[in-house]
Ligand binder design. Structure first.
Ligand code: NAD
Length: 285
């Protein structure tokens, strides 16, 4: 696979575009508006300049400018027509993703192209059956920050072909140098099915006044050797994404432990989405 498209150049999409371009792929990022495209390019530039300054770009990757030269940010979905693999990383909305997969199905021309989703919780089957080629639709779930975290969850639906799964694995492990684990097509896959109830419990604990945000996070960092506490992690993931994933898990399993606590709902309504808006459980400058 040579030509890659990433749809959505937000937190995750810009990271997926970066690791793909660093691996030498020709990358098109498709955003929803000119402003969003500009923001996506800014995220890519900032991240690559930081990687370069820290000496993280290898000789094969080239300079930040070399990597950026392999990426185009567009607003026209037709620019995915010649891609070998398309990775969708738009907002966590089933309706938006289903609509996008329908459109991709009519645009992406290569008969064996892979249509992948980075969704955290939406069933891959729902995306697969929105297309005429469900055997080529798969979940390729990266972790945030994508250039740093090694894990990728590979999520074939019941209709995904073994060939699609194995070509996706070869791309993720052989080309992007990530490590894949295999998951079934159930909301949350492996990591979020375990992580999200943990984060929601921390929010409930904070909401009840049982302990401060700082003490909850320090407790897990100092007492359980977590690299960051659950509330800081929710801010990093984005509270809108955390809420959307919780709702998908709740929808799938109907277990109270997956229900988004009122405080999380109110913070999202207020636009307090964590790091990406400068304020969540903590304030960021
Ligand atoms: P984000 O809000 O940072 O980015 C979403 C981007 O998609 C925005 O830039 C938006 O402009 C763009 N967009 C929306 N609709 C579009 C469309 N129709 N066409 C093109 N672009 C469109 O969100 P994110 O955190 O990057 O999450 C993206 C996906 O990745 C979600 O499915 C989420 O569940 C998943 N994910 C998120 C994390 C995380 O930690 N945030 C981790 C793994 C997976």
């Amino acid at each position: 696979m040579k030509n890659v498209a990433v749809i959505g150049g937000g937190l995750m999409g810009s990271g997926i575009a970066e690791v793909s371009a660093r691996a030498g792929h020709d990358v098109v990022v498709v955003e929803s508006s000119d402003d969003a495209a500009k923001a996506a390019l800014g995220r890519l530039e900032k991240s690559l300049e930081r990687a370069e300054a820290k000496g993280k770009l290898g000789a094969a990757e080239g300079t930040a400018a070399d990597v950026l030269a392999r990426i185009r940010v567009e607003t026209d979905l037709d620019s995915t027509a010649d891609r070998d693999i398309v990775v969708e990383a738009i907002v966590e909305s089933e309706a938006a993703k289903v609509d996008l997969f329908k459109r991709l199905d009519s645009i992406v021309a290569a008969p064996d192209a892979i249509l992948a989703s980075n969704t955290s919780s939406i069933p891959i089957m729902k995306l697969g059956v929105a297309t005429s080629r469900p055997t080529q639709v798969i979940g390729i779930h990266f972790f945030n920050p994508v250039p740093v975290l090694q894990l990728v969850e590979l999520v074939p639906s019941l209709l995904t072909s073994p060939d699609t799964t194995e070509r996706s694995r070869a791309w993720v492990e052989g080309s992007l140098s990530k490590q894949a684990i295999d998951c079934q097509d159930r909301a949350g896959f492996v990591v979020n099915a375990l992580l999200v109830p943990f984060i929601l419990s921390a929010i409930r604990m904070y909401e009840s006044g049982f302990a401060s945000a700082e003490d909850i996070d320090r407790g897990l960092v100092l007492g359980a050797a977590h690299p960051q506490g659950p509330l800081a992690l929710a801010d990093l993931i984005g509270l809108d994404t955390t809420k959307a994933v919780a709702e998908s898990l709740y929808e799938e399993f109907k277990e109270p432990l997956y229900a988004a606590p009122p405080l999380l709902q109110r913070m999202v309504d207020a636009g307090l989405l964590g790091r990406k808006t400068g304020r969540g459980f903590y304030t960021y400058s």
